[in-house]
Design a protein around this ligand. Structure first.
Ligand SMILES: [Mg+2]
Length: 261
């Protein structure tokens, strides 16, 4: 598709964070002006992240601090999508959450009953406060057959000096100890996060365009959910490495600012 076609057919842009709008917290090029121009055309902007260690409020604060967030924009995390999935598929059920204190507060604030004694469903989020006690407790519930959700599948989380182990790495550990794989994974590239977005924003999926730098999460997510996609080469993927993936983006740009050049 052309830039013009994408711009005219999209009502809501889903923006990945690292490698797409910023690199290590530094906005990429003239990103502030690019986002302002999209807003000026009446486009809704939603910042989308698989990182479930931080809350909506924390992302809003950080994006505002670096000048990328405007009051009319949205933030949607895999943690928020998981809370929505629990309300839809496990209404009123008691949840064992392996997650940060911040996420536990966000879950509790949205009416989810947390329980570490006799839960009816278990959730593995990106817990940067993980302890052996939590590992042992989740393993026990998994071996007892409690339904099991993971917020997202990423093996690693990018950092300024390389990467850190993420939920995918934890899932490998829990598979080795319990022989359980999650019954559902919520975040990119899967469909529960797309369902959550469609419900929250009331925009049909074919009017959404996912902009991201990772083929196997961002572009696969768009294709799995019937959305448009823009691959930006400002992060993980290069013009050469993109050919190794079976997914094809609708448009490839050196970075998002190029959409107006
Ligand atoms: Mg990224």
């Amino acid at each position: 598709m052309t830039k013009q076609e994408i711009l005219s057919e999209t009502s809501l842009f889903l923006l990945d964070l690292d490698g797409t709008v910023y690199l290590g917290n530094r906005p990429i090029g003239a990103m502030q002006e690019t986002l302002a121009r999209l807003r000026g055309m009446g486009k809704r902007l939603v910042f989308l992240t698989n990182n479930s260690s931080r809350t909506e409020a924390e992302y809003r604060e950080n994006l505002t601090r670096i000048g990328l967030f405007s009051a009319e924009d949205g933030v949607y995390t895999s943690g928020m999508a998981t809370a929505e999935y629990l309300r839809a598929h496990f209404p009123g059920k008691r949840v064992y959450l392996v997650g940060t204190t911040a996420l536990a507060e966000e879950f509790a604030g949205s009416g989810i009953a947390l329980d570490d004694e006799a839960p009816e469903v278990a959730v593995l989020a990106y817990d940067t406060q993980l302890t052996f006690r939590k590992i042992r407790t989740l393993d026990r519930f998994l071996r007892a057959g409690v339904p099991f959700l993971a917020t997202h599948p990423d093996d690693v989380c990018p950092t300024e000096d390389g990467s850190m182990p993420d939920v995918g790495a934890f899932l490998a550990m829990f598979y080795r100890s319990s022989r359980r794989c999650p019954d559902a994974v919520i975040g990119k590239p899967y469909t529960p996060m797309g369902d959550g977005l469609a419900k929250k924003y009331g925009v049909p999926r074919d009017r959404m365009c996912m902009v991201g730098d990772r083929m196997h999460t961002d572009i696969r997510f768009a294709n799995n959910n019937g959305m448009r996609s823009i691959l930006v080469l400002s992060g993980e993927t290069t013009a050469r490495s993109m050919k190794r993936f079976r997914d094809v983006p609708d448009l490839v740009l050196p970075d998002l600012n190029e959409i107006f050049r």
